[in-house]
Design a protein around this ligand. Structure first.
Ligand code: FES
Ligand code: FES
Length: 179
């Protein structure tokens, strides 16, 4: 089958023999976007989280054919070095990663959460972000999620994707971030 996707703002067309292969395989093996990780392969760990039409999806169990014509964002398209997404900025400021393997999935899940809920409580975070980090960086991630929410709020924009354009870097935010 011919699969047409809009990936990180670019139209991509690929030929697949089997449209039931996981979208994660298309992203990593056909498109070469290696930031999205394979972990459990069972929709349990969240390492493979991407956005489809702005919503967080675990791509290891999402059939590629179902993505036909849809808009997909991977960690490579979330922000850039020059204009990081508020979640990426917060992750840098809180020095979150340890080995780093799970972190793209957590950042994508967090960006999806902030799009729906720009000021999540700890409870909201626990319910929405069920990804797994074998290095145990959960406490730093929670601080980073609150910091990202502050960046979005101070950007006066409830949409973190748009706020990223306005708040590329805020070193002074350290003084005011929620813990
Ligand atoms: S690899 Fe997809 S949820 Fe674990
Ligand atoms: S930072 Fe190592 S698995 Fe999360």
């Amino acid at each position: 089958m011919t699969l047409r996707l809009l990936v990180n703002g670019e139209e991509r067309t690929i030929q697949l023999e089997n449209g039931q292969i996981p979208l994660l395989s298309v992203i990593r093996d056909y498109l070469g976007l290696k930031g999205t990780k394979f972990g459990c392969g069972k929709a349990a760990c969240g390492a493979c989280t991407i956005h489809i039409e702005g919503r967080g999806v675990r791509s290891c169990t999402y059939p590629a054919a179902m993505a036909e014509g849809k808009s997909i964002t991977t960690i490579e398209g979330l922000g850039s070095r020059e204009a990081p997404h508020p979640v990426q900025q917060a992750w840098i400021e809180e020095v979150v990663p340890q080995c780093g393997y799970c972190q793209p999935g957590f950042m994508m899940a967090t960006a999806a959460l902030l799009r729906e809920n720009p000021a999540p409580t700890n409870d909201d975070i626990d319910k929405a972000i069920t990804n797994i980090c074998r290095c145990g960086t959960y406490f730093r991630m929670r601080r980073a999620i609150h910091r990202a929410a502050t960046l979005v709020t101070e950007g006066k924009d409830s949409d973190p994707d748009r706020a990223a354009e306005k708040v590329p870097s805020r070193p002074d935010i350290k003084k005011t971030a929620q813990k």
